[in-house]
Design a protein around this ligand. Structure first.
Ligand SMILES: Nc1ncnc2c1ncn2[C@@H]1O[C@H](COP(=O)(O)OP(=O)(O)O)[C@@H](O)[C@H]1O
Ligand SMILES: [Mg+2]
Length: 268
């Protein structure tokens, strides 16, 4: 068997409240999840269940309270250098052009032709003509494309994405999802994709993992997505197999979403 690209081995994460240090909240507990090289895995679950917490542990931004993260078989200590991340929030540097933003990561790694490579990545995401624009001169979709180029330019073996397209309108979002799938198909990296959108998870992935509502969130279902590739995310949604998978996964997810929603109201 091949060594997994990424492995969460029985990880838990307990937060200590900043305001009341005696108070603890266990967001996720006993989570085991592994990604094979080249595999596209989505994690879905209700808002606040611990999806970002899991991703942050995989990125090495957050150390698990117990359990271990392994990257190509090696225990992770500090930042995950084999991974590239793309988060929900805007992450571009405002004072830099699109080109300079994409080149930054390459320059940091000491790549000699960083600007040429950055230009090439902008071309691949359809932004060749926008290299000199600053983030505020780009649309939301274009900024996301720039972030995508930035993430892929460093050629990571693992790509970690946390609800990257949730701020986009539906049409732009579907275009970007298709682009991600196309780019991924060419260079098959392991992708851990976090979303609260089940349609998106099914359309994109090889496998969908469902998390329970918190506290102590953990996987309660795992579904292989056997839809043929290449996929068009808008079209695949209308196929009978997609509807069937959606039905099966939603039957597991629904109660968690309701429970998560009730908790949010309770805490507000
Ligand atoms: N740094 C933190 N300190 C305290 N609690 C946190 C911290 N980060 C997240 N949490 C809590 O952990 C739970 C999971 O958060 P998160 O992983 O962001 O959920 P999701 O991404 O699924 O919406 C939430 O209840 C959140 O309030
Ligand atoms: Mg989140």
């Amino acid at each position: 068997m091949t060594v997994p690209a990424l492995e969460l081995a029985d990880v838990s994460c307990t937060f200590v409240s900043r305001d009341a240090p005696g108070q603890r909240y266990t967001a996720v507990a006993g989570v085991s999840l592994s990604l094979q090289p080249g595999e596209f895995v989505s994690v879905v679950g209700p808002t606040g269940c611990g999806k970002s917490t899991l991703l942050n542990m995989a990125a090495g931004l957050l150390a698990p309270s117990s359990g271990q993260v392994r990257v190509f078989g090696q225990p992770l200590a500090g930042l995950n250098a084999r991974a590239g991340y793309m988060f929900q929030a805007e992450s571009l540097m405002r004072g830099r052009t699109a080109l300079a933003n994409v080149a930054a990561g390459l320059e940091f790694r000491g790549v000699a032709d960083a600007r040429e490579q950055a230009q090439d990545w902008l071309r691949r995401v359809g932004l060749a003509a926008f290299a000199d624009r600053y983030p505020h001169q780009l649309s939301g979709g274009m900024r996301k494309r720039t972030s995508l180029a930035q993430t892929l330019a460093i050629d990571p073996d693992i790509i970690l994405m946390d609800e990257p397209f949730s701020a986009l309108d539906v049409q732009t979002r579907q275009l970007m999802e298709n682009e991600v799938l196309e780019l991924w198909a060419r260079r098959r990296k392991a992708v851990l994709f976090i979303t609260h959108d089940l349609d998106e998870a099914i359309a994109m992935s090889d496998r969908v993992v469902v998390l329970s509502a918190g506290p102590a969130s953990h996987p309660i279902g795992e579904f292989a997505i056997d839809l043929p590739r290449p996929r068009d995310v808008a079209e695949v949604r209308m196929t009978p197999r997609f509807v069937e998978l959606h039905h099966a996964i939603w039957s597991v997810l629904r109660d968690e979403v309701l429970q998560g929603y009730a908790q949010q109201l309770g805490r507000a």
